[in-house]
Design a protein around this ligand. Structure first.
Ligand SMILES: Nc1ncnc2c1ncn2[C@@H]1O[C@H](COP(=O)(O)OP(=O)(O)O)[C@@H](O)[C@H]1O
Ligand SMILES: [Mg+2]
Length: 272
């Protein structure tokens, strides 16, 4: 599944390729509030890129710009070497960008399997009309969708709960189902907004392992927001630090950890 251009290998042996996403001078305002102030950064093919910073720094807003949920007032979004015009989230999803939310957004009354299936909606091209005309194509599509969903269910080890309504699951498993739904879309770029928030230590370890495995086995590029610095240091290849809508740090975990501005604004202060 790897689709690397010119990969190079990082110190810890992971492959990183060319620039996948290039955010150039992004500014996002809500009325008088500047949630993002003239930020530039890139995400390279194959890497795990963390975004950290205090509450209200603009981290979720940044993921929302990447996913097309908000279109910035200023700046340019480049994806796979092309400038992306303003788009709706479903159009961005079709480019191969999937996400999970800071607050779980699943259909609680539906089974795990059905929830994961909704991740395939972007791949369902054959409408009713073409289904009537092109029975073969529709059947092929359905087989592909089923296979992709089964692959993800196996991979994330949720076979045993496939029939269970999501509302009955403990928190950590719900987060895993949300990850499964995002992965079912077979994204090029996966956006995770605080995937470990509210989890206990064991759930965090499981989630960390799955994130690393997804990156490793599917070659999926990942951008994630996370507060737990231990997790960030373990998982990420590079880290962006935001504070009050500005970018105050950008580099490897070690570089960021030793950046005085970052220490003053974020690392030196207590937070959950
Ligand atoms: N939809 C919105 N409408 C108005 N203000 C918003 C909206 N979303 C975020 N903000 C504001 O933008 C700033 C950044 O928020 P957010 O991106 O959620 O920060 P973070 O995820 O880093 O905690 C905050 O001041 C927040 O109140
Ligand atoms: Mg947030």
């Amino acid at each position: 599944m790897k689709d690397m251009l010119t990969p190079y290998v990082t110190d810890d042996g992971r492959q990183i390729g060319e620039t996948l996403m290039d955010m150039r001078n992004i500014t996002l305002r809500f009325g008088g509030v500047e949630a993002i102030k003239d930020i530039s950064f890139n995400i390279q093919e194959g890497e795990i890129r963390a975004i950290i910073g205090p509450n209200g720094a603009g981290k979720s807003s940044m993921l929302n710009v990447i996913s097309g949920f908000y279109n910035p007032q200023e700046g340019e979004v480049w994806f796979r070497g092309k400038k992306r015009p303003p788009m709706k989230p479903f159009q961005v999803a079709r480019l191969g960008i999937a996400r999970t939310f800071q607050n779980i957004a699943l259909f609680e009354g539906m089974s795990v399997l059905d929830n994961v299936m909704t991740g395939r909606l972007n791949h369902m091209n054959a409408g009713l009309f073409s289904q009537a005309l092109w029975k073969g194509r529709a059947e092929r599509e359905e087989t592909e969708n089923r296979e992709a969903v089964e692959r993800v269910i196996d991979f994330l080890e949720i076979q045993a709960i496939r029939k269970t309504p999501v509302g009955r699951l403990p928190y950590g498993l719900k987060k895993r189902v949300e990850l499964a739904r995002a992965l079912a879309a077979e994204p090029k770029l996966l956006l995770l907004d605080e995937p470990m928030a509210g989890m206990n230590v064991e759930e965090k370890e499981d989630m960390s392992r799955f994130i690393l495995d997804v990156n490793d086995e599917f070659g999926t590029t990942i951008a994630l927001i996370e507060h737990d610095m231990g997790v960030v240091m373990d998982l990420s290849d590079r880290v962006i630090v935001m504070d009050y809508g500005r970018k105050i740090g950008d580099g490897t975990p070690d570089e960021v950890r030793n950046n005085q501005e970052v220490i003053d604004a974020y690392l030196g202060v207590a937070h959950d």
